[in-house]
Design a protein around this ligand. Structure first.
Ligand code: PLP
Length: 455
């Protein structure tokens, strides 16, 4: 495929490639955007166009697209031990070191780390651990898991069921049973007129309690939450929300799963979103920035309460019958370990903390625009929600595809952002500099002016 032209490559893509999260009916007319290289926070397509990647790909390439240390770590691992498994007590040095390292970073005391290959698999594993745990402690009826509308937890059968977004369920015959969805904590969209963030949080926590009581506390096993809801539109929790929700969970012995797949590893200005928002999870799932997206790896941390029961039960059965061929893959684990080392050596957390105010100010500058309803964010993640009439909080007619239109205009300005309905998200690589933040918003400004002119 060396001498292939751009048009030929596009034709091959259309002929052979089934794209995730793509309109498959229109893809043959639209064609692919083929990215061929990366350089810091920029990527380049096969026509030589350069884009500032303000989404870190899919919220993951935290160290940008050309980190030499990660490439070297992967290469050395491939030359040393390209594969071995972790079933039947087998292990490898990188997986051991990574598990140990993650326990030192955990926001609350955690006991063990289970490895998988994606955020979805991590969340599916968390669901299975919750079910297994409750059988182990003699509460086989306590199995329901509560998630939230607009949550995104992945696409495998259980993870897609946890997700609270229509396209993840519709015509896939999901969600499966025993998974429930409660209200989305988006103050701007769902608060009543004049309701403060605190009062809204109280109302949602009360509603959660009523739901647990209605279902029967003996049937409710766990609650899963992203500290900041990512794909739902970068929804930052209202003040006091997690404090009040966790009080309810504790009252009815409902486990908390923190889905840190986006928030984990410095994104919100702390190592985990759980640190930023005071979550005390029993189970914590992470992926993405764990390896800066350079290798497919995810981690599920469990506390000793969960681990002890699971371990005892596996002793009864003779094995813990769960795990993947690539759990603790030595190449992925080596890349993840090096990623965590780069975070430390390059003071990435301090860098995020120092740049977050500039990034958030850059977002907030758009709050006064005629078609912006809300600007929200924390650390180096945020979103601008468009509105046809901000005073009345009226969304645009979905047929206008306002968010997608703005994202397309940004692309033409050499800027990759992501539209989720009327919200346009920013989640740049954590290595972004102050000047690059300014450049990112300068490109966005140009796109926004064209967007407004087009209305
Ligand atoms: N959880 C959250 C919060 C996510 O944002 C994602 C992916 O974007 C997932 C889980 C699923 O991860 P993956 O696509 O690696 O399966």
């Amino acid at each position: 495929m060396n001498a292939i032209t751009v048009a030929e490559r596009a034709a091959h893509d259309i002929a052979a490639h089934l794209h995730p999260f793509t309109n498959l009916a229109t893809h043959p007319q639209v064609g692919p955007l083929v990215i061929t290289r990366g350089d810091g926070i920029f990527v380049e397509d096969d026509q030589g166009r350069r884009y500032l990647e303000a989404m870190s790909g899919l919220w993951c390439a935290s160290l940008g697209f050309s980190n030499a240390r990660l490439a070297r770590a992967g290469s050395e691992a491939l030359h040393g031990l390209p594969y071995y498994h972790t079933f039947n007590g087998r292990s490898n040095p990188a997986a051991i070191a990574l598990a140990e390292k993650l326990l030192t970073l955990a926001p609350v005391p955690m006991s063990k780390v289970f490895f998988a290959n994606s955020g979805s698999e991590a969340n599916d594993s968390a669901v299975k651990l919750v079910w297994y745990y409750h059988n182990a402690i003699g509460k086989p009826a306590k199995k329901k898991i509560i998630a939230r509308k607009n949550a995104y937890h992945g696409v495998t059968v259980a993870a897609a069921s946890l997700s609270g977004l229509v396209p993840n369920h519709r015509d896939f015959d999901l969600p499966i049973d025993r998974i429930l969805h409660v209200e989305c904590p988006h103050h701007y969209r769902f608060a009543e007129a004049g309701e403060s963030e605190e009062a809204f949080a109280t109302r949602l926590a009360d509603a959660l309690e009523q739901r647990i009581l209605a279902e029967g506390p003996d049937t409710v096993a766990a609650f899963i939450a992203e500290p900041v809801m990512g794909a739902g539109g970068v929804l930052v929790p209202p003040a006091t929300y997690f404090e009040k929700v966790q009080a309810v969970l504790r009252k009815y012995e409902v486990l908390l799963i923190a889905d840190e797949v986006i928030c984990g590893y410095c994104r919100t200005g702390e190592m985990f979103g759980s640190n930023t928002f005071g979550l005390q999870p029993d189970i914590l799932t992470s992926a993405k920035a764990l390896s800066s997206g350079y290798a497919a790896i995810s981690a599920v941390m469990v506390n000793e309460k969960v681990h002890a029961a699971v371990a005892a039960n596996s002793g009864k059965i003779g094995t813990f019958g769960h795990g993947f061929t690539y759990s603790g893959h030595p190449v992925a684990a080596a890349i993840a370990l090096e990623t965590l080392q780069v975070y430390e050596d390059d003071n990435i957390l301090a860098h995020v903390q120092s740049l977050a105010p500039r990034f958030q100010r850059g977002l907030q500058r758009h709050a006064s625009r005629a078609h912006v309803g809300e600007v929200r964010g924390v650390g180096l993640i945020g979103a601008i929600e468009l509105s046809a009439d901000p005073a009345k909080r009226t969304p645009f007619d979905p047929a206008l595809k306002a968010g997608a239109r703005l994202a397309e205009l940004a692309l033409a300005q050499g800027l990759i952002v992501r539209a989720m309905g009327d919200a346009v998200a920013f989640c740049p690589p954590l290595i972004i500099t102050a000047e690059q933040i300014d450049e990112m918003f300068a490109r966005f400004d140009r796109a926004f002016e064209l967007f407004e002119a087009s209305l």
